[in-house]
Design a protein around this ligand. Structure first.
Ligand SMILES: [Cu+2]
Length: 155
């Protein structure tokens, strides 16, 4: 009898802190995106993010460059759209997996960028065309850059 009470007490203690975690897991991380209304590949990138469990709030703007400045994305890392999640900037066609890792590891950085618009990056797939090699770049406010993830060309 005594042992039984002890065990159920333990189970209660274990179950209690799980509740807020479950609530957090059910809440999808939200990415706010700034793009131009005519950008088709931006739209495809957003679809990729949604497929991979992100919630996306998309804003059509006449020009995305003010948002790059606002979120600290260097000009030379620029692409066709700018997103932001939890204070991190996301520039261009950054794969969902790399954003997940960013949120898990939380490096001291301004954000991630896939400069330009590499063919074969998420949202830039062209049917019948191979993927170009591209890097996801981690960048900081003080100008440091490092390769967060390397994607080799794929035939
Ligand atoms: Cu694009």
């Amino acid at each position: 009898m005594k042992r039984r009470t002890f065990i159920s007490g333990l189970m209660l203690a274990a179950a209690a802190p799980l509740a807020p975690f479950a609530a957090q897991a059910a809440k999808k991380p939200v990415i706010t995106v700034y793009k131009t209304p005519t950008c088709g590949c931006c739209h495809e990138w957003i679809a990729h993010l949604r497929q991979h469990g992100f919630e996306v709030v998309a804003n059509d703007v006449p020009d995305t460059s003010p948002y790059r400045s606002r979120f600290g994305v260097p000009k030379e890392l620029g692409s066709c759209h700018t997103g932001v999640i939890d204070g991190y900037a996301l520039e261009g066609h950054v794969p969902a997996a790399d954003i997940r890792r960013l949120l898990a590891e939380r490096p001291k950085a301004r954000g991630l960028a896939v400069p330009g618009m590499p063919v074969g990056s998420p949202g830039m797939e062209v049917e019948g065309t191979r993927r170009d090699a591209f890097d996801v770049v981690l960048f900081t406010d003080d100008g440091r850059r490092s390769v967060w993830q390397r994607y080799p060309a794929k035939t």
